[in-house]
Design a protein around this ligand. Sequence first.
Ligand code: FAD
Ligand code: FES
Length: 288
Amino acid sequence: MGVIFCGVDYRWLGEVKNAMNNEKCCDLSVLDLVPFGQTGAESIFYALRLSAPNWPAWQPGQFVMVRPHSFGYEIPWARPLGICHMTTQHLICFFQVLGRGTKRLSQLRPGEQVAVWGPLGNGFAIEKDRPTLLLAGGMGIVPFVGYVHRHPQPWNVSMVFGHRAAVDCYPVDSINERIPLDSLRETVPGDLDNLIFTLQERIHDCADQDGLVLACGPRPFLRTVHRFAISFGARAQLSLENQMACGVGACLGCVTKTSDKWADKRHKDGFVQVCTKGPVFWADQIQF
Ligand SMILES: Cc1cc2nc3c(=O)[nH]c(=O)nc-3n(C[C@H](O)[C@H](O)[C@H](O)COP(=O)(O)OP(=O)(O)OC[C@H]3O[C@@H](n4cnc5c(N)ncnc54)[C@H](O)[C@@H]3O)c2cc1C
Ligand code: FES
């Protein structure tokens, strides 16, 4: 069978096909698509509610690959989205329009079909008796919606949320009703210094109490959290949002570099797939 084309090895497409054939891949119907913040053509933030996939279990921090049938031949690869919340009635994802894939997602209509595979990757640790500090940057808030609802002792959990758009563009309400949330909006350059200072202080405090720090957000945000977590010896997990194509460990498009603390000897100081070994990693086990 011809698997090399124009010098590129396409054998990994078989892995994607296997994953898509198993019970984790399904076609779901769009129930609704709700804009957040600005409405109409201006909106770039959406909650997408899909019919329930009937997966037996999921953990906050896991994600799904979504590929609307309307992508057709124009957009070959699915896009990864965090699981915001899932019940027996529906699966909710929340996304920001960045490029053509998410633009197309924002044009979905009720009843349209979307191929979805998941729940993929690992989830965040839950340590119910310890203080837990959630650090979210922008769309990094998504997995924490499920996290705060799943946490058995939410009074031990608090959040710092750094963001650029107005706070009502994000799914903060369902978090705010369960835990204290400090929202720090960045509109002028000085706001970024304030966010970095706040991250430093809160990670330091959490490390002093032997708490757990959990972070999700864009790479510069995670780099800052990583730096403070390592320097204060905080126990921290970071969820990486590397670009992905297959989501099932086959294409190697999403790899990240491990440190010498990585448990598997074969990959110490080497690269591992974010989609299958993560997306959540202990801070001391990866390099930025
Ligand atoms: C595990 C995981 C969970 C995610 N969860 C969410 C979520 O819940 N909500 C959400 O809105 N987004 C989430 N993302 C990011 C989302 O997948 C990307 O924004 C999306 O794939 C962009 O597709 P696009 O076709 O619109 O943009 P593209 O046309 O592919 O790219 C547009 C621009 O965005 C950049 N870009 C693409 N992907 C990423 C990325 N992962 N991180 C940073 N920049 C990127 C590209 O370099 C380019 O500049 C997640 C990513 C991962 C890996
Ligand atoms: S996205 Fe293909 S290996 Fe991770």
